[in-house]
Write a protein of this length. Structure first.
Length: 554
């Protein structure tokens, strides 16, 4: 049994989740469900980033405290993740005392180990608001690509920035150009880890191509030291005399949440966080050792591939990330998601009208795993009707409904065809291999390939004729179909768990595992109902019009 750590990206508690963000988070739950079914010991954590500058910006606009503002969206996130079936061992928030304590401890370790130093630099100051501006309070033109950018990173060319790098700078709150004033801060000597991080990146396996490419780019450009503190009034206090009124910079603080959440989970459950964090990464994948997955968006690659490993190396003795699954970007009806223009499909909204499995299925089958993809209402509804209903739901219903009709609701005596028994072994092995390597779309497509074969098998056997001509042959056919369904309840559980829960109810199955399941002859079919209802295609125009109206009313 291996220890599996899964760190899911922490969403900013500054507004509702949209589907583009959800697409980058969902793979973490697939990994957690799969590894638990396999028998591994899993710790799956995440939480709401309540200290991020976006939270403070939005709170200031509404005239409420950042904490009050973050409360609203943290609770909404918790509700949405629950409805979507996420199986976090702990979903917490960065304004918890445990988090503050762990972040301060890490900061002091870095200081004691000589990886932090003081430096006075010129930083952006808004004379109208009379305050130093956090990086995301400063907007301007990227000096590298010429596109509009924030003061910490350019979303277009992925360059890491300092606010003073921007051209045509302006304050995000009031719009006036900030001036540069001297201020003293601690800096993390990230450059001193250049060789260690280069060796680490070169030896790592299981990173998506985008993480490899971006990390190599930053390493080739040469790692730059980064500010570890900022002039802020919202965040984690700097635990050093003379730094009153300054906070630990959110890019150090937020990634530290993976460790603080693990410690909070241990304190609340009586388990050992050390089992997931103090293993030797040279021994990963051996029995009892740890594999650490990190699941996030492309924009967070350097924070997970360089900055967080740099912090862990600086603190000493902590397990580095093993596998980085960074997704690409998802667009909406051919345009970039835009919260400012209200061009988005908001997760609470889509959950109010559609099944969670329909959302989960689409975001994996059509999500931005390896390349940018687009969400359209047309594709979403056709995906539901064609695959979930037309292939999977149709096979389950036609098989079990026929048993109800022809065999009184009892699984008939029969023999499982040998080819299907061999198919099951291959299914579990290959789907598991694809999931562990972060190829979720391929795994789902592979399983659905077998569902299409199962439908073909049903059609070829013609049980509606067999029941008249050879009842025993019909029993073999339907017995085989039931065994296929029982194993699909396992294989699809990481992806569409609610439907799989229904299957387990129909067939009185135990919890999902990652090995062959069987249903005995004579088992009663319980409470059979349709897994999926057809979505009327008129909804395509209705949802598209709703989206346009939503943007215009913004």
């Amino acid at each position: 049994m291996s220890n599996i750590f899964i760190g899911g990206a922490w969403p900013y508690a500054n507004g509702s989740l949209h589907l583009g963000r959800l697409a980058s988070i969902l793979p973490g739950d697939i990994l957690a469900r799969y590894h638990r079914a396999k028998g591994d010991r899993v710790l799956y954590v995440s939480g709401s980033d309540c200290h991020g500058t976006p939270v403070a910006v939005q709170a200031a606009k509404e005239g409420v405290t950042p904490g009050e503002f973050a409360d609203r969206y943290h609770e909404e996130f918790v509700e949405c993740f629950g409805k979507l079936g996420f199986t976090y061992d702990l979903y917490t928030r960065t304004d918890q005392e445990t988090h503050h304590t762990v972040v301060r401890e890490l900061f002091l370790k870095l200081l004691d180990n000589g990886h932090l130093y003081k430096k006075t630099t010129l930083q952006c100051y808004c004379e109208q608001d009379q305050r130093f501006l956090p990086d995301r309070y400063v907007e301007g033109t990227c000096p590298v690509c010429g596109q509009q950018a924030r003061g910490d990173q350019c979303d277009y060319c992925s360059t890491l920035l300092d606010p003073s790098d921007l051209l045509d700078r302006s304050c995000k709150i009031c719009g006036t150009p900030p001036v540069l004033r001297p201020t003293e801060h601690y800096y993390l000597s990230l450059s001193s880890f250049q060789k260690e991080l280069a060796d680490y990146a070169a030896s790592s396996q299981g990173w998506r191509d985008n993480a490899v490419r971006l990390t190599q780019r930053y390493l080739q450009e040469g790692l730059q030291d980064r500010a570890a503190t900022r002039d802020l009034d919202w965040g984690v206090d700097v635990p050093v005399d003379g730094f009153t009124g300054k906070k630990i910079y959110v890019w150090i603080e937020a990634v530290s949440g993976y460790l603080s959440a693990s410690k909070q989970w241990a304190a609340e459950t009586g388990n050992r966080w050390e089992d997931f964090w103090l293993e030797n990464r040279d021994s990963i994948d051996e029995d009892g050792k740890t594999t650490a997955y990190y699941v996030h968006g492309k924009d967070n690659v350097p924070f997970h591939s360089l900055i967080w490993p740099g912090i862990l190396l600086g603190a000493g003795g902590l397990h580095l990330p093993d596998r980085l699954f960074a997704c690409e970007y998802m667009t909406l009806e051919g345009q970039k998601f835009s919260t400012s223009r209200n061009w988005a499909v908001w997760v609470p909204d889509i959950l109010s009208r559609y099944q969670p499995d329909s959302i989960r299925y689409f975001l994996i089958a059509n999500g931005p795993e390896k390349r940018d993809t687009d969400f359209s209402w047309r594709e979403f509804i056709h995906s539901h009707n064609g695959e979930l209903l037309g292939a999977f739901g149709n096979f389950v219903n036609r098989s079990l409904a026929f048993i109800n009709k022809a065999f009184g609701g009892y699984v008939p005596d029969g023999i499982l065809e040998p080819k299907w028994r061999a198919n099951f072994d291959n299914l579990y092995a290959e789907a598991g291999r694809l999931i562990e390597s972060g190829r979720f779309k391929e795994a789902l497509e592979f399983i659905f390939g077998y569902i299409r074969q199962a439908n073909k098998y049903f059609d070829e056997q013609k049980p509606w004729l067999q029941i008249k001509e050879d009842r025993n042959a019909c029993g073999d056919t339907l017995y085989t179909c039931v065994q296929i369904i029982a194993n699909l309840a396992n294989l699809l559980n990481p992806f569409i768990p609610f439907s799989c829960d229904e299957l387990r109810t129909f067939l009185s199955l135990d919890e999902a595992g990652w090995q062959q399941s069987s249903v005995p002859a004579g088992q009663t079919i319980n409470e059979l109902k349709l897994l999926f209802e057809r979505i009327d295609t008129v909804r395509i125009e209705e949802e598209t019009a709703r989206l346009e109206s939503q943007m215009l009313s913004n």
